[in-house]
Design a protein around this ligand. Structure first.
Ligand code: 5GP
Ligand code: ZN
Length: 114
């Protein structure tokens, strides 16, 4: 855990969040500033700065996060579709330096993204 990391603080219960999913490896909770009717963050319990820091030892974890996004989407009844986004680094639009997946749904998603 990184003390100064916002998502580590949420994981430690120091900042409130409503977990809509939790297992040994990750949690999911609604984004505080939703960009769609459904906007859930899937966050690994391990502090990993971003996808750019992923190493071969993280392969199973990354797969688990994707599978969890699909499970949360089912629980949120996003049968019409959804988008999973991993903002990475400054130009990727990442603002919290703890790897996370955005699950967005409940509206039509434009392409290309902004
Ligand atoms: P990023 O910009 O790094 O891809 O995504 C970070 C996300 O975390 C943003 O969408 C932002 O709204 C969300 N966020 C920032 N602070 C909090 C917080 O305290 N609680 C929750 N639930 N989400 C947060
Ligand atoms: Zn962290």
């Amino acid at each position: 855990m990184a003390n100064e990391c916002l998502f580590c603080r949420i994981l430690a219960g120091k900042i409130p969040a409503t977990f809509v999913y939790e297992d040994d490896l990750c949690v999911a909770f609604p984004d505080i500033n939703p960009q769609a009717r459904a906007h859930v963050l899937i966050v690994p319990k391990e502090h990993l700065v971003s996808l750019a820091y992923a190493a071969p030892k993280h392969t199973a974890l990354l797969g688990h996060l994707m599978a969890t996004a699909a499970e949360v989407a089912r629980r949120q009844h996003l049968e019409r579709g959804y988008r999973v986004v991993v903002n990475t680094g400054t130009e990727g639009g990442q603002t919290v330096e703890h790897l996370h997946l955005h699950l967005l749904g409940g509206r039509y998603m434009d392409w290309p993204p902004g």
